[in-house]
Write a protein that binds this ligand. Structure first.
Ligand code: CAA
Length: 379
């Protein structure tokens, strides 16, 4: 057993940390305020190879692994959780199912430009009446010669409106729910595809979240991912890995909040000494750091398991559950350490606290993670 990161992982951490500090952090608060997605940041991530970390070079990636990917998400989220989730949805939710279930042609046509970063990926599963109950979707895909005709809409789509390629789930057999679900690769310029309402959100405000709409949207049969009826399992397996990306995002958010709280607690003088010298604050910081370390270890373990080709679904649900709760707890405490200043936009901790909340909700709520874990340990 060895808990030390490899030289390659340390190198990736350093590269992403420098990039995050120099290119992402300076505009994070402003982009949050303006709810502005910055494609230039994505393009710069592409130049560094971050848009295809786990994919082999033959598909435009850098041929690293899921641990390196999680480290990158963590370092980005440490300064800007929106940038973290942009890359996470792009890689885990759109890239992964194409890498795993796509034909060679689909990988060359779609995974390669996504890995190289000339195209952005998105994932369409959730619908107004189908959130935690993913099997209750209504969007349909009717076969018509060498095309499928998609009708319906998907909501809460991360990278909505900025993505070029979406992995979308629809019913090819509406009478059999999960077993009638099929996955498709949909380009944003296919006829009948449009982007609907953009959500105004509490956090991750510079990551666009929109509705996507299919009105007789024509999708070539060659864009079906896997076979008819494979879609639900593809969706679930995709989320198994995606959840660990969100765990990494949560670890990053929590670490960013702790970094700020430690600096502040050492500087802020009250009653003639730094507030960090009070056990009330020092013990808070100790608990925050301990929880982050535990969340990080769970996250790295799940990433390592996936990279080794070992089962990781349960561990990934556990990492998302624990890291999401840790992010919420740590960021709330960070605001408390800052007192009144923490409640203002003069410091980043209120943004971290707003951003943390979504990690308890998306890619399966904490309640769904518990359902997944309990089913797996009792089956
Ligand atoms: N891997 C492989 N197969 C799986 C699987 C997995 N992880 N999970 C389920 N399956 C299979 C089951 O084995 C079963 O197959 P059989 O019928 O052949 O046995 C089939 O799928 C149906 O499974 P269930 O009976 O367990 O299905 P269910 O309806 O009870 O739902 C659920 C299970 C876990 C609750 C699922 O609905 C779920 O994960 N819900 C949460 C949805 C979610 O996470 N949404 C997030 C949206 S994406 C997002 O948030 C992105 C973003 O913004 C960044």
């Amino acid at each position: 057993m060895n808990f030390r990161l490899s030289e390659e992982h340390e190198m990736i951490r350093k590269m992403v940390r420098d990039f995050a500090r120099n290119e992402v952090a300076p505009t994070a608060a402003e982009r949050d305020e303006e709810e502005r997605f910055d494609r230039e940041i994505f393009d710069k991530m592409a130049e560094l190879g971050l848009t295809g970390i786990p994919w082999p070079e033959e598909y435009g990636g850098i041929g690293s692994d899921y641990l390196a990917y999680c480290i990158a998400i963590e370092e980005l989220s440490r300064v800007c959780a929106s940038t973290g989730v942009t890359l996470s949805a792009h890689t885990s939710l759109a890239g992964w199912p194409i890498y795993k279930f796509g034909s060679e042609e689909q990988k060359q046509q779609y995974l390669r430009p996504m890995a190289e970063g000339s195209k952005i990926g998105g994932y369409g599963l959730t619908e107004p009446g189908s959130g935690s109950d993913a099997g209750a979707m209504r969007t349909t895909a009717r076969r018509d010669g060498d095309h499928y005709i998609l009708n319906g809409s998907k909501i809460f789509i991360t990278n909505g409106g900025v993505a070029d390629i979406y992995v979308v789930f629809a019913l090819t057999d509406p009478s059999s729910k999960q077993k009638g679900t099929t996955a498709f690769i949909v380009e944003s310029d296919f006829p009948g595809f449009s982007v609907g309402k953009k959500e105004k959100k509490l956090g991750i405000r510079s990551s666009p979240t929109t509705e996507i709409i299919f009105e007789d949207c024509k999708v070539p049969v060659t864009n079906r991912l896997g076979e008819e009826g494979d879609g639900f399992k593809i969706a679930m397996m995709t989320l198994d890995g995606g959840r660990n990306g969100i765990a990494a995002q949560a670890v990053g958010i929590a670490q960013g909040a702790l970094d700020a709280a430690v600096d502040y607690a050492k500087e802020r003088q009250q009653f003639g000494k730094p507030i960090a010298a009070n056990q009330g604050i020092g013990f808070k910081l100790a608990d925050m750091a301990t929880n982050i370390e535990a969340a990080r270890l769970l996250t790295y373990q799940a990433a390592w398991l996936e990279s080794q080709g070992l089962p990781y679904g349960k561990e990934s649900a556990m990492s998302k559950l624990f890291a999401g709760d840790t992010a919420m707890k740590v960021t709330t405490e960070a605001v408390q350490v800052f007192g009144g200043y923490g409640y203002t936009k003069d410091y980043p901790v209120e943004r971290f606290m707003r951003d943390a909340k979504i990690t308890q909700i998306y890619e399966g709520t904490q309640e769904i993670q518990r359902l997944v874990i309990s089913r797996m340990i009792t089956k």
